[in-house]
Ligand binder design. Structure first.
Ligand code: NAD
Length: 273
């Protein structure tokens, strides 16, 4: 177990959307937070310190790992990026974060993976993390690579980890697919909190979703971890309907996108190869 009172936790990508939610939700109970991002991290609380650096800067990474017991690795390219960005940040940067953590004696890594790690499964199929990955994009391929790296770190170096296959992280659901894949700010905070506190998660992969009525996943690892999400995208059904979203299709198992990965699984490969 990582102790919220005494242990230092490093959050990479702390200036981003999920990092900002985690800071707000964790800083009341986690006494020693070190935050890093290539962008400025705003409004530091007394128990937060920030290191502004690119994760491509290995010397900076090695410095910020000092006295750190757990790393929450969020930094990464998401949305618009080139192939070079993807290799530099989501592959090499990820390697350097994990390797720097290992050499510094970090005991636990929480990794922001993605549901694009299994995005090619048909949405009509209820899937679990026990199934083989079926990434829907290069972005998803690199997330799987991060998960596999952590299996190696567990088997060879006994570093405990939880890879979070995050669905659609937003303050509210945004489209039909997110009726199944939404992860709320409150639930992501809870998910990271239990991932840090668990006495021994081994090397675990969990789906990062809220308690959505229309979940198309089944995840026994939620119980293993003690993750009990409280939010449900279904409560936003009327709001989505007013915005023109076909919220009734899923009642008939008719989804706009036939795969778990949504548009990622059908759109032209991005970045182009
Ligand atoms: N938001 C989602 O729905 C979602 C879904 C699945 C997975 N994820 C994963 O969760 C993580 C966080 O996502 P987010 O929504 O907060 O994204 P975000 O873009 O808001 O945050 C990512 C942060 O990483 C930082 N970053 C990027 N390149 C960097 C570099 N070279 N060095 C240091 N920092 C760098 C950015 O400045 C940014 O603050 C990402 O790894 C993403 O792939 C997010």
């Amino acid at each position: 177990m990582i102790n919220p009172e005494t242990d230092r936790v490093l959050i990479t990508g702390a200036a981003g959307a999920i990092g900002t939610a985690l800071r707000a939700g964790l800083r009341g109970t986690w006494r020693h937070l070190r935050l890093t991002d290539v962008r400025p991290v705003a409004d530091l609380a007394n128990n937060e310190e920030a290191v502004i650096a690119d994760i491509a800067d290995r010397a900076a990474l090695d410095g910020m790992m000092r006295d750190v017991r757990a790393v929450v690795h969020l930094a990464g390219m998401i949305g618009h990026y080139t192939l070079e960005d993807l290799f530099r940040v989501n592959a090499r940067g990820l390697f350097d974060v994990f390797e720097s953590a290992r050499l510094a004696g970090v005991e636990r890594i929480i990794f922001a993976s993605s549901n694009h790690a299994f995005g090619c499964y048909p949405i009509t199929e209820t899937v679990s993390p026990a199934l083989p990955p079926r990434p829907d994009s290069l972005y998803g391929v690199f997330k799987v690579w991060g998960e596999v790296m952590l299996q190696n770190y567990y088997d060879r170096h006994a570093i405990r980890s939880v890879s979070l296959r995050i669905g659609t992280y937003r303050s509210k659901p945004i489209d039909q697919r997110s009726l199944a894949t939404w992860l709320s700010p409150r639930d992501v905070v809870h998910l990271v909190d239990v991932s840090l506190r668990h006495p021994d998660p081994g090397c675990l992969i969990v789906n990062g979703y809220s308690n959505n009525t229309r979940l198309k996943t089944r995840d026994p690892n939620w119980a293993t971890l003690g993750y009990q999400p409280r939010d449900d995208a279904e409560n936003f059904r009327d709001v989505l309907r007013v915005r023109g979203v076909d919220v009734d299709g899923p009642d008939r198992e008719e989804w706009e996108w036939p795969e778990h990965g949504g548009s990622h699984a059908r759109a032209p490969e991005h970045p182009p190869r």
